[in-house]
Design a protein around this ligand. Sequence first.
Ligand code: C2E
Ligand code: MG
Ligand code: MG
Ligand code: MG
Length: 289
Amino acid sequence: QVDIALFQAKDAGRNNISFFDPAWQSAVNERAAMVAAMREGLKSDQFIMFYQEQVDQQGELIGAEALLRWRHPEHGLVSPAEFIPLAEQSAMMPALGDEVLKMSLKQLAHWQQDQDLGSFKLSINLTADQFYAPDFTDRLQSQIKDLELDASRIMLEFTESVLMDNLELARLNIKKLNKLGVHFAIDDFGTGYSSLSYLSQLPIDLLKIDQSFVQQIGVNQKDMAIIKSIVEMAHALGMEVLAEGVETEQQRSYLFSQGCHLYQGYLFARPVPAEEFQLLAHAGDGGSL
Ligand code: C2E
Ligand code: MG
Ligand code: MG
Ligand code: MG
């Protein structure tokens, strides 16, 4: 009985709800409940941005990454790792992504008004749905105009897999936005697509070494060799390279010795709400980005 039920449930496909397997049904209900909660959260401003410092070899602030948080009334602060995949699958991400852009750009406009930003840039993560939405570049352009933003302070980041989803459109969008001054970073570099030929053809400014490699510093020689070659390649292609998830001085000093001079990680700062983000304390012209 159970076997047959499971077989039918599987056969029903991803988009159909089947009631044969109680465990599966409750998972479906849970996801549906979470999507509903996300919709509600979007309406009632439960989504906020945190900001994490990015620093150079002198520890000077060169930028920040905007990271989404869900402040749920009962569950507290929910990590994006837990809800972004579901948001993407349930077609929530375009709306949530719009909100991310709106909040992040507004914050950048505030900072731009209030302080001398030096070479500070704000990095914003994009999903494929967002980046490939037909009106994405036009909307971003009008947001930049409305907020009177210096476009060159915006760094858009996405993973290699987002880029490979639609390389032709990516190329068009990147070139269009690059003309306005917007910068581009490849996130989680080293974990995705293995063909590197696209890198030399696109105006990408920054490669972000994935934190899974950084964690292996002093542990796994092969991962350390990968870091070394990512840094060499980035520099050979005229790109900057930043290491994510730097937690220890040992990691920082290995990265430094390999020529990686930009860092983001708990060793320097955790992601914090905008009010806690100390811009003035370090802002300077020392950054190289
Ligand atoms: P990501 O873009 O690679 O962001 C870096 C993640 O590493 C963040 O996780 C950050 O909090 C975490 N991190 C920073 N320093 C350290 C460290 O020293 N050690 C460790 N263990 N972790 C560190 P977070 O904020 O949970 O975000 C997870 C992922 O969710 C992000 O990875 C990104 O892919 C996605 N995400 C976050 N915010 C957004 C957003 O606004 N839009 C989109 N599309 N995706 C987002
Ligand atoms: Mg990122
Ligand atoms: Mg990353
Ligand atoms: Mg990551």
